[in-house]
Design a binder for this molecule. Structure first.
Ligand code: ZN
Length: 403
């Protein structure tokens, strides 16, 4: 049970200040007033209930703000350990769990193999994983789950998850019932984006696109400071942007989608057609680095497809920043590649695609849309779980005192 007193209801201003502080960690009252547009009196009223329950802490020892004279500023700090969350990324092969504080710093992590895909079996495994991470931490107050596919974050329902072969699973409700903890469920790529928005490159940005390249090509969008969910749970499907009408068949039934060309299966299939069967994505990158012409060509095509896809996003949305990442380029092994004796998908795997992504983007992005900053980076599986934890933090902060 939570160790602190019952939650007081926060005013909308209180929620705003709490959000701002959880993002930044600490701030002077002056900076809070400046960043939120609230008056000093409103800041005082906003922080008071959170100070009382120990979620915030106040000190007066910081030097006067730069360029100002006078008494030291009062600094308000988030007591990040006062509310802990557990984030779990659910995949068909493994559960990745992390215990995080309110600033999403990872305190503990665990990986559990999945042997039975049935929802009741996975709920059971999540319950056990949560119990393990929670042991000795009465401050754990909520759970975030990240699942690939069509997820209704509002209801916690997984409408459809192809990798798990789930349809209409009330996952949030079931896990909340079993653990007694508030549980949020989010699409895995949107969960990653939520993590970036709260603690990563997305902090302070109003628009950001996050593209994951791996088995599938995923995308999540931040527009006007909000994570886009789409009216029907689908938005920013960059994987099925048309790149080449005569290109390879895509599993969606069309031809020449980004995913058919740049998804792991597409890359490996074209390598197999060239006489290189049985490879992992890391092997293809190694071959390309050694100058093997088929590998160079296949990964160049993949890079161009991704660059064209993200140019489409930039043209439509004018994103400020685009992050490209994914399991095939992460620094820890992707589940599909495990057990093959090499750490597939280290960060170098993407260096061969990088120039092609950027060149295609520059060619296709229209006018100023090309100003978007593009960042290619590896992704570790713990990042997915941390994204899930960020969703739990977001839910806690946004609805604090209202449930
Ligand atoms: Zn497609």
């Amino acid at each position: 049970m939570p160790a602190r007193p019952p939650a007081p209801a926060l005013s909308p201003a209180g929620t705003r200040v709490f959000q701002q502080l959880v993002m930044t960690g600490d701030a002077s009252r002056t900076a809070l007033a400046r960043d939120t547009g609230l008056t000093p009196g409103a800041i005082t009223r906003a922080v008071r209930p959170l100070l009382e329950v120990g979620l915030l802490h106040e000190t007066g020892d910081r030097a006067p703000a730069e360029g100002t004279l006078g008494r030291p500023a009062t600094v308000v700090t988030v007591q990040a350990e006062a509310h802990l969350v557990i984030g779990v990324k659910v995949t068909a092969d493994e559960l990745f769990g992390v215990l995080c504080d309110l600033r999403c710093r990872v305190l503990d992590e665990v990986t559990v193999p999945v042997r039975d895909h049935r929802p009741e079996a996975i709920v059971e495994q999540i319950t056990d994983l949560v119990a393990g991470l929670r042991a000795g931490h009465p401050e754990v107050g909520s759970i975030g789950l990240a699942v690939s596919g069509d997820v209704d974050a509002a209801s916690g329902h997984v409408a459809y998850s192809p990798f798990l072969t789930w349809r209409d699973v009330p996952l949030g409700e079931q896990v909340a019932e079993r653990t007694g903890l508030a549980t949020t469920v989010e699409n895995d790529v949107r969960a990653l984006l939520t993590g970036e928005r709260w603690y990563g490159v997305g902090r302070g940005l109003s628009s950001l696109a996050l593209v994951t390249v791996g088995t599938g090509i995923g995308c999540a969008l931040l527009v006007n400071g909000q994570v886009v969910h789409g009216s029907f749970g689908v938005a920013g499907e960059v994987g099925h942007v048309l790149v080449d009408p005569d290109g390879p068949l895509c599993h969606c039934g069309n031809r020449g989608c980004v995913e058919a060309i740049a998804g792991t299966a597409g890359i490996l299939e074209r390598m197999a057609q060239a006489g290189f069967g049985g490879l992992g994505i890391g092997d293809v990158a190694d071959l390309a680095r050694s100058g093997q012409p088929d590998a160079v060509r296949v990964l160049a095509d993949a890079g161009r497809a991704v660059g064209t896809g993200i140019a489409t996003i930039a043209n439509l949305l004018g994103a400020q920043h685009i992050v490209i990442t994914g399991e095939a380029i992460g620094s820890s092994p992707a589940p599909d590649d495990r057990g093959e004796g090499r750490p597939a998908g280290d960060e170098r795997d993407y260096d061969v695609m990088d120039p092609h992504v950027r060149r295609a983007f520059e060619q296709r992005a229209f006018g100023s849309a090309a100003s978007a900053a593009i960042e290619l980076r590896p992704l570790r599986f713990v990042d997915w779980a941390r994204g899930a934890a960020a969703c739990a933090v977001e839910d806690f902060v946004t609805h604090y005192g209202r449930s």
